[in-house]
Write a protein that binds this ligand. Structure first.
Ligand code: THU
Length: 135
């Protein structure tokens, strides 16, 4: 599968990041089985704990618009070095748990350094033995 559009959407979504406290801007782009992309950015708060990660922003936008199945997410961002480059970042534990609510173990997670450098993994690899209720 070609994830180029998803990767570019995550990089673009980073531009919307509201991160004046950490200066750690993150963008995410979430793909539905039908090919719809929902983007998200991290949104911080002066009280810190209300902060929402880019991944969860994308998930909550999508779920609130009726989607409950997803195939992949691309994540881009982090601190920028002197050359203007950022490193690969991976979702935090809370975001992994939110992913496991709606996604199976083969859900693809793309860590994006830039368009040419992408690391691909799965939810099962990042969250083995996930907690879940049998609905
Ligand atoms: N953050 C994300 O948005 N996604 C991640 O995968 C890791 C962390 C945000 C939360 C906070 O606004 C900032 O990055 C620093 O933790």
């Amino acid at each position: 599968m070609n994830y180029n559009e998803l990767i570019t959407a995550a990089i673009d979504a980073k531009l919307q990041s509201y991160s004046p406290y950490s200066m750690f801007a993150v963008g995410a782009a979430l793909l539905t089985p039908g090919g719809t992309i929902y983007t998200g950015c991290n949104i911080e708060n002066a009280a810190y704990t209300p902060t929402n990660c880019a991944e969860r922003t994308a998930f909550f936008k999508a779920v609130s618009e009726g989607h409950r199945e997803f195939t992949a997410i691309a994540i881009a961002g982090g601190y920028v070095d002197q050359d203007g480059e950022s490193d690969y970042i991976y979702p935090c534990g809370v975001c992994r748990q939110v992913m496991s609510e709606f996604c199976s173990g083969d859900f693809v997670i793309l860590s994006v350094k830039d368009e040419e450098h992408v690391q691909e993994t799965t939810l099962k690899e990042l969250l083995p033995h996930a907690f879940g209720m049998s609905l």
